[in-house]
Design a protein around this ligand. Structure first.
Ligand SMILES: C[S@@+](CC[C@H](N)C(=O)[O-])C[C@H]1O[C@@H](n2cnc3c(N)ncnc32)[C@H](O)[C@@H]1O
Length: 278
């Protein structure tokens, strides 16, 4: 039986506002490119509607937002949990009505966007939060809204950043989103060459995406069994369980009564499932 695998870094040091703020204060911001990320710039150059609502989560110093504003985009929102970069952006764009700058937690944010741009935010989160990321992105996007940007296509010894692979992302996002593109990025900065995927996913608004707390899984084998049991329910399209086994993302054709889910896993009384409200 496999041992319980836990995200060591996220258990050791919570990746919260204090952690990120201390990185900005100490100027240990190795992720900061000092300019718009070239693949994002290329993508932005293809967007015709300059009034579309765009969100940049975990924006940091957000050279992407600056580039969008220079190109005439009128409806930007950026959010970050660390006060230092947000104070810089607030000063930089104090007279610009086309950008809303929010100091806050992405997972608490409410809104409705045509496009969310991903630039080293996903990889900054503890991997245990990946199912929550998919759930939250699905909520924040308008019907047929787009989630686009960059994801690492490599692993790191420790994180952040936390790596991943195309196969993992396909399993994670499938059914909740339609894959328009997920290929090795052609114009990444040199240190990230061939190790980033540029992706463009369209929200699937024909499905229900729910996140649940899960209790009782203690090993990867149990996780696989539970995944199969839940995936066997008639209208279920995808099941993804977080790496600490605490949350499960279920994408389905219709809303499923919690009793149905509980019934499927009740072959062992230690398993319990509880819906998380948005
Ligand atoms: C690796 S940095 C990337 C910053 C920026 N995207 C860039 O490429 O320069 C990750 C950012 O995510 C922010 N962050 C982490 N967790 C967050 C959360 N829950 N809500 C909002 N921002 C968060 C951090 O404060 C940090 O600025």
């Amino acid at each position: 039986m496999s041992e319980l695998k836990c995200c060591v870094v996220s258990c050791d040091k919570p990746l919260d506002a204090s952690y990120w703020e201390s990185q900005y204060e100490a100027k240990t911001t190795g992720w900061d490119l000092g300019k718009v990320s070239p693949p994002i710039q290329t993508y932005v150059d293809t967007i015709a509607n300059k009034n579309c609502g765009i969100l940049i989560p975990g924006c940091g110093n957000s050279y992407e937002a600056e580039y969008l504003l220079e190109q005439g985009f009128t409806n930007l929102t950026v959010i970050d949990i660390a006060p230092t970069p947000m104070a810089v952006l607030k000063e930089k764009f104090k007279n610009n009505p086309n950008i809303q700058i929010i100091l806050g937690d992405f997972f608490e944010h409410k809104g409705n966007y045509d496009l969310v741009l991903e630039q080293t935010f996903f990889c900054a989160l503890p991997p245990t939060m990946r199912q929550k990321y998919v759930w939250k992105m699905h909520q924040l996007l308008a019907d047929e809204g787009i989630l686009a940007g960059l994801l690492f296509n490599r692993m790191f010894e420790s994180g952040p950043p936390f790596g991943g692979s195309k196969e993992e992302y396909e399993l994670l996002f499938t059914a909740a989103f339609d894959f328009l593109k997920m290929d090795v990025s052609e114009n990444s900065i040199a240190p990230r060459a061939n190790s980033e995927l540029f992706f463009e996913l369209k929200k699937n608004n024909q499905v229900v995406v729910n996140l649940y707390e899960f209790y009782g899984i203690t090993c990867s084998d149990c996780m696989e069994t539970i995944t199969k049991k839940l995936a066997g329910i008639d209208c279920v399209l995808n099941v993804s369980i977080s790496s600490n086994f605490a949350e499960v993302l279920i994408v389905s054709k219709n809303e499923i009564a919690i009793e149905v889910l509980q019934d499927v896993i009740s072959y062992d009384e230690k398993y319990k499932i509880k819906k998380i409200n948005p």
